[in-house]
Ligand binder design. Structure first.
Ligand code: SF4
Length: 416
């Protein structure tokens, strides 16, 4: 059904999201299934440097196998599952990283397992999910017809004053605790119910990298029992709405197959990016600010521009499937929208961009809220029609691929 959507007639979108579409429709195996078949030859008791060395070698082997599978020269079933795989090594590495946390650019170096200090995200090793469900509001290729299997994690590593999910990003305890097994069960359930992808979001998923990577390693191996479902369904508002599909819809060579979607602010470390490369089938990154003055003022986040532009460039150069999101904010068209679009046109030509018009003042920027802080008065309104139109005109002038992704739901595009 996903492949029949009109949006694929836009060849620029179809070309850039071809791997995602093939995995989602079971024409190709997800990257994690390939990852489970790449052998590694290293003692997991070795030092972290040595493990990273083995990871880099195995990543090269992955690239060759992935390219062959993608090109139709190799089938997944021709590969055996080794005693120790790249997938296992990733699980080991994120456990090590958690001991001196460097998942994101803050590089807090805190021990989130045994230490008493917390980093910027305020988290220990515990992960919480506030809700998971078939999201029917994402971009058309992502939500399709049965929804995007979205899992909302709590806490964040940025402090956006206007956060549209502040109930979960600011409150790390607003949700139920999930371990990797429970998370893998959630993913299984969403995919078996026909979601087109597993959409990891928050808050910010990067701060839960350890739980997510281990859950992906367990995908398909664990399925929810009745007693687990009674716990999980406290987080699933659409629990009784969707029926399970025929196995042929979600199995590839007998194994659960689903695209993994990383829905992120991209404020992550290079190490986190390396871990994710062989697991993520489609990226949905935010590119919010045109420079550090705005990121510090509106999100209390330093080093934003160099970190987020670097990470976008890396995934683009890797040839990944990507839809970039940029939220147009009032009074920030010149300093943010135009700068971000300029950068994308120059550094990521051809990548689909959602130029989003749905900003509304929220959290500390909401003048009707008791939390309102007058320092954010400049963003305490919706963007004007002219600000949105100017953003579209500018994107168009730069040749950005945005129309079919951005305008299908735009209120402005629906006007005569
Ligand atoms: S995830 Fe980021 S903010 Fe949280 S402890 Fe690790 S480095 Fe710090």
């Amino acid at each position: 059904m996903l492949e029949r959507l009109q949006i694929w007639r836009d060849e620029r979108v179809a070309k850039r999201l071809s791997w995602y579409l093939a995995v989602s429709t079971n024409g190709m195996p997800a990257k994690y299934l390939i990852c489970q078949r790449i052998p590694v030859d290293v003692d997991f008791g070795a030092g972290e440097e040595e493990l990273w060395g083995a990871h880099r070698e195995a990543a090269k082997a992955f690239e060759q196998v992935y390219t062959s599978i993608r090109g139709g020269r190799l089938a997944l079933r021709e590969l055996e599952k080794p005693a120790k795989s790249l997938m296992d090594l990733k699980v080991e590495l994120v456990r090590r990283m958690l001991r001196h946390c460097n998942f994101c650019r803050w590089n807090c170096k805190v021990d989130r397992v045994g230490g008493s200090k917390r980093g910027t995200c305020m988290l220990d090793y515990t992960s919480r999910v506030s809700s998971y469900f078939h999201h029917l509001g994402e971009e058309l290729p992502i939500r399709g017809v049965r929804g995007s299997g979205t899992i909302f994690f709590t806490s964040c590593n940025m402090r956006c004053a206007f956060c549209q999910n502040s109930d979960i990003s600011k409150d790390k305890d607003n949700g139920l605790v999930v371990d990797p097994r429970l998370l893998a069960m959630m993913m299984w359930e969403l995919r078996v119910e026909g979601c087109h992808n597993i959409n990891l979001v928050g808050g910010e998923p990067t701060v839960h990298l350890h739980t997510i990577v281990e859950a992906i390693s367990l995908l398909g191996a664990v399925q929810p029992t009745k007693d687990k479902l009674s716990y999980l369904w406290m987080m699933k508002p659409d629990a009784l709405r969707w029926r399970r599909l025929e196995p042929s819809q979600y199995l590839y060579d007998g194994e659960l197959n689903t695209p993994i979607l990383w829905n992120s602010n991209m404020y992550m470390s290079l190490e986190a990016l390396e871990i994710l490369r062989e697991l993520v089938d489609i990226w949905l990154p935010d590119f919010k600010f045109g420079g550090n003055a705005c990121s510090i003022k509106l999100a209390r986040t330093p080093w934003y521009w160099e970190t987020v532009s670097r990470n976008h460039k890396i995934i683009y150069d890797w040839g990944e499937d990507i839809v970039v999101r940029h939220l147009v904010m009032p009074n920030h068209v010149e300093c943010c929208t135009k700068k971000v679009l300029d950068w994308i046109a120059k550094n990521m030509p051809g990548v689909p961009v959602n130029v989003m018009d749905q900003y509304h003042p929220d959290c500390f920027a909401d003048p009707l809220s008791s939390q309102f802080d007058p320092r954010y008065s400049e963003i305490a309104r919706r963007p004007t029609e002219e600000e949105i139109l100017e953003s579209y005109r500018y994107a168009s002038k730069l040749g950005i691929v945005f129309e079919s992704i951005s305008l299908e739901k735009s209120a402005l595009s629906l006007r005569p």
